[in-house]
Design a protein around this ligand. Structure first.
Ligand code: G6P
Length: 366
């Protein structure tokens, strides 16, 4: 029954709309209200070991890499330890420095991606501590890691990752919360996050209700030859994943930039034929993002703003709104309209949505 379309035109539509249920499963049994933290027993790390971790490095490919970038931002913000995300496909060829005080997190929906598996094996050969964040139980990466977190997002059939991606980002929020709570993160801050996470599936449900508005925007811009996706800090990885989705399923070229980099080169390409999708969280960088939008429009570039903030009237050509929860959860919620935008652009252009040309759901050979 898991593999049926349930009235959806394709699996991508089904999987996008399954996200509230998938996130409920990711969170099930993992929120500890009493101690304002997360319970991740599958990591097999006791509080002393958690305290001993000096850095977190996420490893993955494609959407799993972008999810890892969200995770790195969360770990840095909540646990105040350095964190980064690396392309698993490059890692093993680089003769990487493997640090015994780093927690390596291998991220993979399928658990079968050869580049990620090879990175895990190389890490283990060099004595690195690696845990898996994987959707498919019994998969090669899950077995090779032997510890970690299953997403329980359910089967993902469509090549473009959606519910697995948001489930990964949610699981990294749990990890960052746990790492924060054995360090300086206060119980009050922990409680705010636990409550926010509990409400996350409903907020995603609300975000999904704007599908018709997104479809309308897609009809206006799907014939673009290229688009920019821009975001800063909490919006940066969201923009990268949004651009990736558009490329994958609609074949429209898209490039993501940190918003502040725009003036260091890509602004030269902005004109009426270059729609710019700007991710605008309602956070301390709101004024900066508004000024980015003004700079684009001053060059005639159409702007699609994806936001949970109140924007001045007429600031952007199109505004896709999502609910506001806790700022730490912004990347997950702001990513939802970008999935739908890619979906509707692909639909307008008549693409084979579940099976884009040249791509495989998981790449198990080099
Ligand atoms: C392929 C898919 C991507 C996916 C990537 C990583 O390239 O086309 O959508 O993000 O593999 O897959 P994984 O199963 O390791 O998450």
């Amino acid at each position: 029954a898991d593999y049926e379309l349930d009235g959806h035109p394709d699996f991508l539509s089904k999987e996008i709309h399954e996200q509230p249920a998938a996130l409920r499963r990711v969170l099930a049994g993992r929120l500890d209200t009493r101690f304002a933290t997360a319970r991740l027993d599958g990591l097999r790390l006791d509080p002393r070991e958690l305290r001993g971790i000096r850095r977190v490095t996420f490893l993955g490919c494609g959407s799993a890499l972008y999810a890892g970038q969200i995770g790195a931002g969360l770990v840095e913000e909540l646990a105040r330890i350095p964190a980064d995300a690396e392309q698993a496909s490059e890692f093993r060829y680089r003769n990487p420095l493997v640090d015994p005080e780093t927690l390596y997190v291998a991220v993979s929906q399928s658990g079968e991606t050869i580049d990620t598996l090879a990175a895990v094996e190389e890490l283990q050969r060099k004595g690195g501590r690696v845990v898996g964040v994987v959707n498919v139980i019994g998969s090669a990466i899950a077995r090779q890691c032997g510890a970690g977190m299953f997403l329980h997002a359910g089967p993902e059939v469509s090549v473009a990752s959606t519910k697995a991606f948001s489930s990964m980002a949610t699981s990294f929020t749990l990890l960052a919360l746990l790492l924060g709570r054995v360090r300086d993160l206060s119980a009050a801050h922990g409680t705010r996050l636990v409550e926010g996470l509990r409400r996350l599936p409903d907020a995603v449900e609300t975000a999904l209700q704007s599908s018709d508005a997104v479809a309308e925007v897609a009809r206006r811009y799907a014939d673009a030859r290229s688009m920019f996706y821009l975001g800063r800090v909490r919006g940066a990885a969201v923009a990268r994943e949004g651009a990736q989705k558009l490329k994958e399923i609609s074949y429209v070229h898209a490039e993501a930039y940190a918003a502040a980099e725009l003036k260091h080169g890509p602004l030269a390409l902005v004109d009426a034929q270059m729609p710019c999708v700007v991710v605008v969280p309602d956070d301390e960088l709101l004024a900066k993002n508004i000024s980015t939008i003004e700079q684009i429009r001053a060059r005639g570039g159409p702007v699609i703003a994806v936001t949970n903030a109140e924007l001045p009237d007429g600031l952007a050509d199109a505004v896709l709104r999502v609910p506001r929860l806790e700022p730490e959860l912004d990347p997950i919620i702001l990513g939802i309209p970008l999935q739908m935008l890619a979906y509707h652009c692909a639909a307008v252009l008549g693409r084979d949505i579940d099976k884009p040309r040249n791509l495989a759901k998981s790449v198990t050979v080099e």
